[in-house]
Design a protein around this ligand. Structure first.
Ligand code: 9YT
Length: 127
């Protein structure tokens, strides 16, 4: 069994901080679970354009208020505690945080753990 604490990882290499977000990589590819599992904080007032070409991602909101817009058809969905959205079609999207968002993000294939977004807002498949 694997047991980890986000507080133990907060100041270490498994925490990646970008301009709009901070992601604590709780489970990574090296844990061999078939998925990775992050606690992600999206900073208040930010807008992030994302396109996970190489991954499927499910996002579950624990706290905060925001919205996600699908860029292909313009549909907008509110994001609030209890909302889950799953990018099952590698959907291009924009995530807006009206207040700070606390999210759980699950990726398949699993992240290696040190990924940051490229210019498209995607993560490369790291070897
Ligand atoms: C919701 C989202 O995709 N935010 C960007 C960060 C990413 N989820 C991560 O690496 O935790």
């Amino acid at each position: 069994m694997i047991v980890v604490s986000r507080n133990d990882k907060l100041e270490g290499p498994d925490t990646v901080t970008s301009e709009n977000w901070r992601s604590i990589r709780l489970l990574k590819r090296s844990d061999n679970m078939g998925f990775s599992f992050n606690e992600t904080t999206i900073f208040a007032g930010t807008e992030t354009r994302l396109w996970y070409k190489n991954h499927l991602e499910a996002v579950y909101c624990l706290a905060g208020e925001g919205e996600v817009e699908l860029l292909d058809d313009g549909r907008v969905f509110p994001v609030m505690p209890g909302t889950l959205y799953a990018l099952d079609r590698h959907d291009r999207h924009v995530l807006r945080a009206f207040t700070e968002l606390t999210l759980v993000c699950v990726f398949n294939p699993p992240l290696r753990g040190d990924e940051v977004h490229d210019a498209d807002g995607s993560y490369a498949l790291l070897g």
